[in-house]
Design a protein around this ligand. Structure first.
Ligand code: GEK
Length: 253
């Protein structure tokens, strides 16, 4: 491979995956999704383009010298790169993890294109199997929602146990609401956001049905209670747009 090819920007494409009428299939993070992912997530997740640069700001505030930082469910590395840019050159280790080969393969290209000196270790594996140790900042940016609900406490407990006092977890999730009227309103506004970003009603409904068994949202109260149970404290929402929320959870001294 020539040097030029190694650093060539991965081809980005418009997300038209659900534009044509098709039989229902569970959503998967395969090569076709990885190819259009930057366009898909920007047009589908309200606040994504604000949350990513804020991950840099938050990392800068809470990273500790010589610690490990983890981006769990890193996809193409947008949140990994934000963490990288928030890290001082102080002997830290930055690890990005995703269990989709297609995502990790493209992620390597994006990391290679970025010239920040902080090394990045990419691991293609289930985050439930990732060894975690001596962490200061861990990010789960819209990843926990794809993990089996029965395994979520175990994962968060391992993160909390691995986190240094004063360290933080950034947890972004699509949430649901106890109150039916609020659930309906926030869902409708999210769909309007997608419509405003050029998705048709067919695309919106086919994608929603593909995600139904795969992305399991929980209420804010459920997240907060489980984070406490896992060992985090001072859990706060730092960002919300419609039914998309990002929280900070701290490891106490
Ligand atoms: C971003 N954080 O751009 N183990 C490893 N990876 C997983 C698992 C698992 N058990 N489950 C899901 N994933 C990114 C966006 S996307 C969010 C994260 C979205 C991975 C999955 O392969 C996908 O790449 C990612 O988590 C979720 O800031 O698509 O809404």
């Amino acid at each position: 491979m020539t040097d030029r090819n190694r650093t060539a920007k991965p081809a980005q494409a418009l997300d038209t995956l659900y534009a044509a009428d098709q039989p229902r299939q569970d959503f998967r993070f395969d090569a076709s999704v990885a190819r259009v992912f930057p366009d898909m997530i920007r047009r589908s997740v309200p606040g994504y383009t604000t949350i990513i640069p804020m991950i840099e700001v938050i990392t800068e505030q809470y990273v500790q010298p010589g610690s490990h930082c983890y981006d769990l469910g890193c996809s193409l590395g947008a949140s990994t790169l934000a963490m990288r840019h928030g890290m001082p050159a102080s002997g830290c280790t930055l690890v990005g993890v995703d269990n989709s080969d297609a995502m990790i393969e493209r992620c390597e290209h994006y990391i290679a294109l970025d010239d920040h000196p902080q090394p990045v270790v990419l691991r293609c594996e289930d985050i439930l199997d990732t060894p975690l140790t001596d962490a200061s900042v861990t990010t789960l940016n819209f990843t926990l929602q794809f993990v089996d609900p029965d395994r979520r406490l175990e994962l968060l407990t391992r993160i909390a146990e691995a986190t240094r006092p004063g360290g933080v977890l950034i947890l972004s999730e699509k949430v649901r609401f106890e109150d039916d009227a609020e659930q309906d309103t926030q869902t409708r506004l999210h769909h309007e956001f997608k419509r405003a970003n050029g998705y048709s009603d067919l695309e919106i409904s086919q994608k929603r049905s593909a995600l139904e068994q795969v992305l399991i949202p929980e209420t804010l109260a459920e997240h907060q209670a489980r984070l406490e149970q896992a060992g985090f404290r001072n859990i706060m929402v730092w960002y919300q747009c419609f039914n998309f929320v990002s929280m900070l959870a701290f490891k106490p001294a």
